[in-house]
Design a protein around this ligand. Structure first.
Ligand code: AMP
Length: 208
């Protein structure tokens, strides 16, 4: 079975679509950002080394990314949805040497909308569910619909870090889009559409 890569600026809805695709096809969702946040929370040696990069909104150096991801990208790894990896050409080449990728899906979204979405994103402190206050105006008390816990802003969803993350996307991740395009693996999606519509479009386009 194939592996999928999800690419796009922060706030383009990769995580939401990764969840929907994983449920639909029975894939494993590999969210690299969330693995990194766990390392920070658990105060592991890697967690302490990556904290400043993450909070500033800079990409974490490849050596740390590879040491976290290496045990997952085994020879027989399949049915993976890679969300937030690769984000540099070096990472894309590393991935190519590890497992085959059937499709790289690029969620296209302008910087302005991405910034707006990120500044209105809230995350549950308990179950990590994500919400967007723009789409969920009834979330007045800012509590999670699933577990009732308080919602909060992610540490890197502040103006300064948002700008740096968007900058990193343009400078470091955009070349990864061409990388997959040259290999005839790229599928483009308009990330402005509603999540349900995007999901249906993907299922009809992906030949899985
Ligand atoms: P995300 O949850 O995908 O928005 O990622 C949050 C942060 O984790 C990013 O701003 C980076 O600091 C770091 N990060 C996530 N994925 C990668 C990656 N593939 N390479 C380097 N840093 C990453």
């Amino acid at each position: 079975m194939p592996n999928l890569v999800l690419l796009g600026i922060q706030g383009s809805g990769k995580g939401t679509q990764a969840n929907l695709l994983s449920k639909h096809y029975g894939f494993d969702h590999l969210n690299v950002g969330s693995l990194l946040r766990k390392e920070m929370e658990n105060r592991t040696a890697i967690g302490d080394q990556i904290r400043d990069y993450m909070l500033r909104g800079d990409l974490v150096p490849d050596e740390h990314i590879f040491s976290i991801i290496e045990p997952i990208l085994t020879e027989d790894a399949d049915k993976l949805v890679l969300d937030g990896f690769p984000r540099t050409i070096n990472q894309a080449e590393y991935l190519e040497g590890k497992i085959p990728v059937e499709y790289a899906i690029y969620f296209e979204l302008g910087d302005k909308v991405a910034k707006k979405r990120l500044s209105s994103r809230r995350v549950c402190q308990n179950c990590q569910a994500n919400y967007n206050l723009l789409l969920n105006s009834y979330l007045r008390e800012e509590r999670c619909k699933k577990c009732g816990q308080l919602l909060e802003r992610r540490g890197d969803d502040n103006q300064l870090a948002i700008n740096r993350r968007i900058d990193a996307f343009h400078k470091q991740t955009k070349p990864v889009i061409s990388f997959f395009e040259q290999r005839d693996r790229l599928l483009r999606v308009d990330a402005q559409k509603k999540p349900k519509i995007i999901h249906e479009e993907l299922v009809s386009k992906l030949n899985l």
